[in-house]
Ligand binder design. Structure first.
Ligand code: AMP
Length: 217
């Protein structure tokens, strides 16, 4: 079972990926996490990546695909859960090619649908654990950490992403509309797209996703 989580910024991809991973034991691949990891290097490449990502623009397809292929080579290839990938039609086409070569395919594309004003509120309140990547939100009561700025799961300090501000959000949202939202039609045509109302609590969203998976088993 291979899954794609398709969504605008701060719609809850990371949170749903974590829940799906816990329940179905998937190989969770977040291109955002892979890129943040590469951007933390002090060399020229790391600095350039950091700059692009902080601005809210997408990183080039070449860089993302090279990083992804490298990561897939080193990890288990079954039950892939893509979080934040593909983000362009070109990435989607290359992913299809990569999977076809292995006689594999994408089974579900869950489109997490959230209104723009809710996304804006979520983005400025998002806090992430520096150790286990768990996601919290200080603007959403149900997603507050129990202790301010501390991860409930591992006790590590929480941090705010440099691109989680209104200015970067506006660019990220534009990038989403221009480059990523055409994927909705792409996957609708192959009847893999499931639209999930994600304006709701994370448990409700997760439940909707699981029902679709269970009904198709
Ligand atoms: P995310 O963690 O998914 O919100 O991604 C954070 C940032 O990483 C994005 O704003 C982009 O700059 C970059 N990024 C992540 N995934 C991709 C991708 N598939 N294609 C291009 N850029 C990406």
């Amino acid at each position: 079972m291979n899954i794609i989580l398709l969504a605008p910024p701060a719609a809850g991809k990371g949170t749903q990926a974590e829940l799906l991973d816990e329940k179905y034991h998937l190989n969770h691949i977040s291109t955002g996490d892979l890129l943040r990891n590469a951007a933390s290097r002090e060399d020229d490449f790391g600095k350039k990546l950091k700059e692009i990502m902080a601005s809210g623009a997408l990183v080039s397809d070449e860089i993302v695909l090279e990083m992804l292929e490298d990561h897939l080579e080193k990890s288990a290839n079954q039950n892939l859960l893509f979080d934040g990938f593909p983000r362009t039609i070109h990435q989607a086409e290359l992913l299809d090619e990569m999977l076809e070569k292995k006689n594999d395919k994408i089974n579900y594309v869950f489109l997490l649908d959230v209104e723009e004003d809710i996304l804006k509120k979520r983005i400025t309140g998002r806090r992430i654990c520096g150790k286990c990547n768990s996601v919290y939100n200080v603007n959403v009561e149900a997603l507050n950490p129990k202790q301010e700025n501390v991860c409930d799961k591992c006790g590590e300090k929480l941090y705010q992403r440099v691109d989680d501000n209104e200015e970067s959000f506006n660019i990220r949202y534009q990038e989403y509309l221009e480059k990523t939202s055409p994927l909705i039609n792409y996957y609708q045509e192959s009847q893999k797209l499931y639209r999930i109302d994600s304006n709701q609590r994370k448990e409700v969203v997760f439940d909707s996703i699981c029902k679709i998976i269970e009904n198709n088993k």
